[in-house]
Design a binder for this molecule. Structure first.
Ligand code: IVH
Length: 696
């Protein structure tokens, strides 16, 4: 029997020693188990009982063990998990995985909708409302209908390959039904049902492991297990909510059609969706969602509103990481009353003293809250919070819980006194300062141990150099035990393996993993390194802009304030902070040391606009464009490094004219500006035709 006749996808070239009868039986078992899984997990209508299911599974496992060539990636046995992986491979998403902007009330929603309509220059666009499931976004790629790869969202561009773990989720089809595009990516949310969350935490506590703070956290923890047999034990679940990359097929034209297609292929789609023509209708849907919220076995933190037409979605595109075509309406914060046990102070990596409150643990919206942020000294004074007070705590979505204020039922004893914010750093005892324009109290001692510990933790964090094993505790141990006094010392640790393994709770494996992770961090990119240095005000985005502009660590250290200010998005504060940072001797030494130790990434990201004819050109647009709105045209120009202004001057390079152009056309003709119509503009933007250079 050759592969084509076989009902199985036997790997090509594999010659099976199994008899036809065995091959048929394996195929039959797969079909039966897959069908039972679909009925049980997706349609909630099981036809066989657990014992029958088990018997089939055991038989299939035994046959596959004898004839490994019959074990295919879509076999239901592949859900059981495989041996521990040493780490997750990186996956680059073919289309970025976006996040969502938030709105909190009807006015915010109206603004979002109106902005979308204005952008499209239309009056109306039907919407779809969906539950915003509080889980973890996953993209699953199917090749010829068979699950090929599953990835986490990561930073939206790069995620982690969690295929082995996602295979263990019963509601995820390993194989799709019907006519499926050759390559198809489905996206959705993986979550842990509420009913399973409590028992999982109980088990963890019994095993001496820290409890997960919320179901989302537990879903993420479960999916990022290196040992997928561990994930297989967690009752994770999934709903799909959109298509990602789709190859060579006529794609659906609306979001609702896309959802129907996903359902047809066998993917699980949440039943609760609502069509809405107006903002009022969306508000009604949201009211309904908040009513059913308590009856659901999964957490939702709002409603996602999407423009239904996929054609309009494409035109709307996104700003930063948020699509213009969708928005999240977040449910209002949930509140509870409890006792403020104590106020503690945390010293951050830039020396900021941030107070936080230790609370009598209390349930707020399904999550146990034991601490809350207090932001700064003034907030404590303004709210007159004192240790022992009864207070109201609130949490909204993934925001850190906050104290709203003192509860009306607060009864203070007569000897209660206002909280005294410390005048000295609780870590190094140096005097703290609070500048007039800042609410923050800071420790300005450059040698403060607490600051350095936080810096190490930040340096190692996932968005920075991603050094696994250098978390909160190790970031404290290494400086306290004298192993590192600056970041460069991390790269000298490999010579001290024998001393490191003597650290309490470290041991050989942990030390080796840590040293390996430190070594791997050498190849992190320049933007990550710049961000990791923890320079005040430099976030991951600004680090990227700066890296792209200067290309190397040495060049960055030589950057002038003016050069930095010329970068779009870099303001005076960040420019000054960076220049000051580079001027400090100890920082110069750190950078020289890093470079000497071989941590000297170069930024080779091609500057996208550099060779584009629109790059550096100044455009003015007049009249009504037919193919795109004015905002779209402006965005297209900016994306390619051009600039748009509103009035024609001698500096203008191109005047783009639509229908019924205004007086700008006369002026442009008068002073001899290059005038192009919409078609020529399109050609220029798409680099099809490069118009003759306008000016000499
Ligand atoms: S649409 C740009 N639909 O919410 C497209 N997202 O805050 C965003 N989420 O990362 C995805 N339920 O993980 C969409 N019905 C739903 C969703 C949903 C939950 C998550 C998703 C996303 C996050 C953004």
């Amino acid at each position: 029997m050759n592969d084509q006749e076989s009902p199985l996808h036997i790997q090509s070239n594999s010659v099976s020693s199994a008899s036809d009868e065995v091959i048929r039986r394996v195929a039959q078992l797969k079909v039966e188990i897959n069908r039972a899984n679909t009925l049980y997990y997706i349609e909630n209508a099981p036809e066989i009982d657990d014992a029958e299911w088990d018997a089939r599974m055991q038989e299939l496992l035994a046959l596959e063990a004898t004839y490994p060539e019959l074990q295919t990636p879509d076999s239901p046995t592949q859900r059981i998990g495989s041996a521990p992986a040493s780490g997750f491979k990186e996956v680059i998403h073919r289309l970025p995985m976006l996040s969502l902007g938030n709105v909190f009330d009807e006015a915010g929603l109206r603004d979002w909708y109106q902005h979308a309509l204005d952008f499209l220059e239309i009056d109306h666009a039907p919407m779809v409302c969906e539950l915003k499931i509080d889980g973890l976004a996953i993209a699953i790629t199917y090749k010829n209908g068979v699950l090929d790869r599953a990835a986490t969202r990561g930073d939206g561009i790069r995620g982690e390959d969690v295929t082995a773990n996602v295979r263990t989720i019963r509601s995820v089809p390993l194989k799709l039904n019907g006519d499926v595009p050759s390559e198809l990516e489905l996206r959705g949310e993986v979550f842990l049902p509420n009913s399973k969350f409590a028992s999982l935490n109980l088990e963890r506590e019994q095993a001496g492991l820290p409890a997960y703070v919320n179901p989302r956290n537990s879903a993420s923890g479960s999916l990022r297990q290196l040992d997928s047999t561990e994930t297989a034990k967690r009752p994770l679940d999934m709903y799909f909510y959109s298509l990602g990359y789709v190859e060579n097929t006529v794609e659906p034209t609306s979001h609702r059609e896309a959802l129907s297609a996903i359902k047809e292929w066998g993917g699980r789609v949440n039943e609760w969706t609502r069509k809405a023509e107006t903002v009022k209708e969306v508000m009604t849907a949201i009211a309904n969602a908040s009513v059913i919220r308590d009856t659901l076995d999964y957490g939702i933190d709002g409603v996602v509103i999407k423009i239904n037409s996929l054609i309009l979605q494409k035109r709307l595109g996104f700003v930063g990481r948020d699509p213009r075509w969708a928005v999240a309406f977040k449910f209002p914060a949930e509140q509870a009353e409890t006792t403020l046990r104590a106020i503690h102070i945390n010293v951050g990596r830039t020396g900021a003293l941030t107070p936080w409150a230790k609370l009598e643990p209390v349930m707020v919206g399904g999550v146990t809250v034991g601490r809350a942020t207090l932001h700064n000294k003034d907030e404590i004074t303004r709210k007159d919070l004192r240790e022992g007070d009864r207070i109201i705590v609130q949490r909204a979505g993934d925001v850190i819980p906050q104290i709203v204020g003192i509860s009306s039922k607060n009864k203070r004893s007569s000897n209660s006194t206002p909280y005294q914010f410390p005048n000295a750093c609780p870590s190094c005892q140096a005097i703290t300062i609070q500048t007039e324009d800042e609410a923050v109290t800071r420790c300005v001692n450059g040698a403060c141990m607490a600051q350095f510990e936080r810096l190490l933790e930040h340096y190692a964090s996932r968005g920075a150099m991603d050094i696994e094993g250098l978390g909160e505790r190790v970031s404290q141990d290494l400086p306290r035990l004298g192993f590192v006094t600056n970041i460069a010392d991390l790269y000298r640790l490999r010579d001290r393996r024998n001393d490191l393994i003597k650290i309490d709770k470290m041991g050989e494996t942990r030390v080796d993993n840590l040293l390996q992770a430190i070594e791997s961090s050498r190849s992190q990119s320049l933007p990550r390194l710049l961000f990791a240095l923890g320079i005040s005000g430099i976030g991951s985005e600004s680090a990227e802009w700066i890296a792209h502009r200067f290309g190397s660590l040495t060049a960055v250290t030589k950057a002038t304030r003016e050069e930095l200010l010329a970068i779009d998005g870099i303001g005076p504060t960040v420019a000054s902070t960076l220049v000051e940072y580079c001027a400090l001797e100890q920082n110069q030494k750190l950078i020289t040391d890093l470079i000497e130790l071989g941590i000297n990434p170069l930024d080779q990201t091609p500057k996208p606009a550099d060779d584009h004819p629109a790059n550096g050109m100044l455009f003015v647009i007049t009249g009504r464009l037919e193919m795109m709105s004015r905002v779209e045209a402006q965005d297209q120009i900016k994306e390619r490094g051009g600039k748009v202004t509103s009035s024609v001057t001698k500096k203008t390079d191109y005047l783009v004219t639509g229908a019924e152009p205004g007086s700008k056309l006369d002026k442009a003709q008068r002073i001899g500006i290059h005038i192009i119509d919409e078609d020529q503009f399109s050609a220029l933007i798409n680099k099809d035709i490069v118009p003759a250079k306008p000016k000499t």
